[in-house]
Ligand binder design. Structure first.
Ligand code: FPP
Length: 234
């Protein structure tokens, strides 16, 4: 294959990691095993995408709606998250040079999680090999509500409001918009993921459940992205 042109490689890929529970159910396994596999896949997929030249990965790890799940499942996901930011993802980020960011209502997370999230952000802030933007307690509508609140608190004048400045008020407003959003498990919707930023994202809906996502899927997505024609409304 000829060498890819730089503009063919997506800068920012967003991933809606869906299907963990169905993956577990089909194997008669408890739900938590699906989430555990999903978490392992997140770490592998980070290496796959970054090694192909992607610079930013946004993972939808826990939505503002996910609190409505069974308490045991929510507790398990929180335990996984804590493990990620305290141990395994932290080690990976330090070893591989990934910078970790969190998008979402951080302060509402339980126990040590907010503090540990701030620690991993601070510890990895100088890393340059890729950015993992973890969307936790994240909702696209909540993000816009929070942005409007911050603007009002800052007493932003009516004339100062424009699209670029609204973007700056989003959780990590300096990140470029996702070029691609992938959702696994066959569902074809965004469920509030990056509502503002997704305006011109190329969408990829993959039938496989997230725990079954493979390196060749990352290759397929990047290859197909290079073949799509983006017009941005022009
Ligand atoms: C969607 O599958 C997945 C989630 C709501 C949680 C995503 C979390 C992970 C992949 C674990 C990785 C990250 C951490 C650190 C928590 P689902 O549960 O909605 O599955 P279903 O669509 O089959 O019901």
């Amino acid at each position: 294959m000829s060498e890819k042109k730089k503009q063919d490689i997506p800068v920012h890929v967003g991933i809606i990691m869906d299907g963990n529970r169905r993956w577990a159910k089909e194997r008669n396994l408890p739900t938590f095993e699906g989430h555990q596999k999903g978490y392992e896949k997140l770490k592998l997929a980070s290496d796959w995408f970054f090694s192909r030249g992607v610079k930013i990965l946004s993972f939808y790890a826990f939505s503002t709606e996910n609190w409505q799940r069974q308490p045991e499942e929510v507790n398990y996901l929180m335990k996984l998250l804590l493990n990620a930011v305290e141990f395994s993802l932290r080690e990976q980020a330090k070893k591989e040079g990934y910078k970790v960011l969190i998008s979402g209502r951080l302060k509402e997370l339980p126990g040590d999680l907010p503090a540990k999230c701030l620690e991993i952000i601070a510890e990895t802030q100088a890393n340059k090999r890729g950015i993992i933007n973890f969307c936790l307690n994240y909702g696209g509508r909540a993000e816009i509500v929070d942005a409007v609140r911050k603007m009002m608190k800052n007493k932003v004048e009516l004339e100062q409001v424009h699209e670029g400045m609204i973007k700056k008020y989003l959780y990590n407003g300096d990140l470029s918009d996702p070029d691609i959003i992938v959702r696994t498990s066959g569902e074809q919707r965004l469920s509030g993921f990056m509502m503002w930023q997704a305006a011109y994202s190329e969408l990829f809906f993959i039938k496989k459940y997230w725990p079954d996502f493979e390196e060749l899927d990352a290759d397929m997505i990047i290859k197909e992205f290079a073949e799509r024609k983006r017009r941005f409304g022009v």
